[in-house]
Design a protein around this ligand. Structure first.
Ligand code: 76R
Length: 248
């Protein structure tokens, strides 16, 4: 019997991690840098307009550590729109001074493990708001991809729907303890990218990422079935912050 959880999908997501090519940036002259900065700021404005017209959302954060220097997290209505925003950015003069560090393609996902109520969920404003979320401009971001294990002894996909629902209830309860402190966006990536989900967290206090992820490690869903990729953590980049970061 097929017991796949039912999922609702929303906006498509691209996490575009970049590093700055400081050698090229420093080698450019003042005018070249000014053109690149203007180009960057034009795009930041354009992404804000997309967000205002409710056709997507973009978040821009610096990344701490050597894995990348910043991330552009884009949510868009279609995979084509996502591709277009990626390509348009690649064509900017600013992108010439960046190198690709990592990327992740997924789609905002809600599952029916803890669903309640009647009627078509896709018509409910609170569901729509979660499927097409305006990304918070919190001070910090944390991103990592993850899988649910498929090993002989511990295979998430061989559990019954009831067993998974019970486990997910406990997961959700821990998560709810962080209401108001951490905002999570789960994006599904089976068939899209190398892991099964992307986990994107936003918080004003970065220690809340550590506390939440640590607490979940003791919960069976994560302790027994969770497998995790690389973690990326960073700070909100305002337009001014981006300019400051690039100042020589
Ligand atoms: O969507 C909901 O709010 C209902 C409950 C819920 C589901 C179905 C929920 C709540 N999550 C769900 C699904 Mn989650 N979540 C993670 C991670 O690091 C780790 O150990 C795991 C990474 C975090 C930090 C987190 C946070 N969640 C999922 C799924 C899909 C599973 C599937 O379909 O098999 C994954 C991969 C996943 C992973 N989760 C919450 C949180 C938080 C903070 C909540 C509470 C949200 C709230 O009530 O506001």
């Amino acid at each position: 019997m097929n017991e796949a959880a039912l999922t609702l999908e929303g906006w498509y997501a691209l996490h575009d991690f970049r590093s700055i090519d400081w050698t090229a940036w420093k080698a450019a002259d003042d005018e070249e840098r000014a053109v690149a900065l203007d180009d960057l700021h034009l795009f930041l404005q354009e992404w804000r307009m997309v967000e205002e017209s409710n056709a997507g959302s973009t978040a821009v954060y610096s990344i701490v550590g050597q894995k990348a220097d910043f991330v552009l997290m884009h949510l868009r209505e279609t995979l084509e729109d996502l591709n277009a925003v990626e390509t348009a950015f690649n064509k900017t003069t600013f992108a010439q001074y960046t190198t690709k560090a990592y990327s992740y393609v997924s789609v905002v996902e809600l599952s029916n493990y803890l669903a309640s109520g009647e009627g078509d969920p896709k018509q409910k404003p609170e569901v729509i708001a979660r499927l097409q979320p305006i990304l918070p401009k919190a001070r910090h971001i944390c991103f990592y991809p993850m899988n649910k294990k498929r090993e002989l002894a511990d295979n998430w996909y061989m559990l019954s729907m009831d067993e998974r629902r019970t486990l997910m209830r406990s997961h959700g309860l821990i998560g709810r303890g962080y209401a108001g402190k951490v905002k999570q966006i789960i994006t599904g990536s089976v068939g899209f990218d190398d892991w099964e989900w992307g986990v994107t967290l936003f918080a004003e206090d970065p220690l809340q990422f550590k506390k939440l992820v640590y607490e979940m490690r003791f919960d069976e869903v994560s302790a027994r079935y969770g497998e995790f990729g690389d973690f990326y953590v960073g700070n909100l980049l305002t337009d001014e912050g981006f300019r400051d970061m690039l100042k020589l």
